[in-house]
Design a protein around this ligand. Sequence first.
Ligand SMILES: NC(=O)c1ccc[n+]([C@@H]2O[C@H](COP(=O)([O-])OP(=O)(O)OC[C@H]3O[C@@H](n4cnc5c(N)ncnc54)[C@H](OP(=O)(O)O)[C@@H]3O)[C@@H](O)[C@H]2O)c1
Length: 342
Amino acid sequence: MTDLPGTMFAVVQTHDGFSGTATGPGIDNASEWLAPAELPLPEPGPGQVLIRLRMASVNPSDLHFIKGEYGQPRVKGAPAGFEGCGDVVAIGSGAEALKGQRVAFVASGSGAWAEYVVTQAQMCIPLRPDISDENGAAQIVNPMTAMAMVDIARSEGDAFVVSAATSQLGKLMCSLGRDLGLKPIALVRRAETVDALRELGADEVLVTNDPDLPEKFAAISKTLKPRVFLDAVSDQLSEQIFAAMPNKARWVSYGKLSAEQPRLTQMGQLIFMGKRIEGFWLTQWMMSTPPADQIRVVAEVQARFADGRWKTDVSTHLPLRDVVSGLAEALKKTDGKVMITP
Ligand SMILES: NC(=O)c1ccc[n+]([C@@H]2O[C@H](COP(=O)([O-])OP(=O)(O)OC[C@H]3O[C@@H](n4cnc5c(N)ncnc54)[C@H](OP(=O)(O)O)[C@@H]3O)[C@@H](O)[C@H]2O)c1
């Protein structure tokens, strides 16, 4: 590590543990949860690598996390951020295969919103040269989730429902669904996105503030019989959609973009119609899916990005040193990811 600096710039968390709140991923002022810091350069331990950051993506999970509302506790003073891409500049024992490689990574040792990141070698995917840094920085969390969840949908029939379909993950799932011959039914908040979603692969697109939505969805549900609802919003409207789905429908909640806590109004459907409510978390999927299957998924993900079937829409490039002051404003832009650059 002789040619590396002794310290690095990072954006660190200012709170520990969980907050006990459930306010959703929206933020007005990042300085409530984050601060700039100069930290000693982290060292990779056995099985770990040190990565010089090229780009980190801002996902809703990062925002839930810094607010103390995610599935793992915050660590005060540790860099924030889960996902990005960069160059492996130092390795611990057992990680020799990654030496010098450009990799996509999920940060496990220290966070991604820093000039340097330590993570496990298993949390890195070497990137093909034809994958851009923008696609590389969003190569794992959303694409792997899209592959895993569309697989769930496919196991239950042709049609499936996707909420927040203008999200990066929603778009990936609509186009993957279409490519597999399935019929994605997309729910969006903004009417102006309907045509773009249809072009991407949605068979039907419904706008959530349309007063006729219940009747329109009921008619579509009767015809297409969607059995899986892949839901990132998880609010009262989600409950109504689920209630209008046919026998044996599965409501798979994988995100909590809305702060509203839904009330269950049709408990009898769980008993008499065999309906189910469940969750999906990529972390659990990775722990329970055999490595050979995961390798196949990774290869398919890279192939889809390399040949242009998938792409990451980027709204803004935000310099790392401007994250605390500029993140809230940068997140106001719709239709794309905020990408942090060192
Ligand atoms: N469980 C898992 O393993 C897993 C893995 C990956 C992602 N996720 C979840 O997947 C979801 C999408 O992630 P992403 O990275 O694709 O998001 P993204 O690209 O950052 O987009 C989020 C979009 O959701 C829409 N949205 C925000 N608040 C909303 C609300 N209250 N109601 C309806 N729509 C709302 C907005 O679109 P408009 O402004 O166009 O409406 C926003 O652009 C998130 O909830 C994330 O946490 C879960």
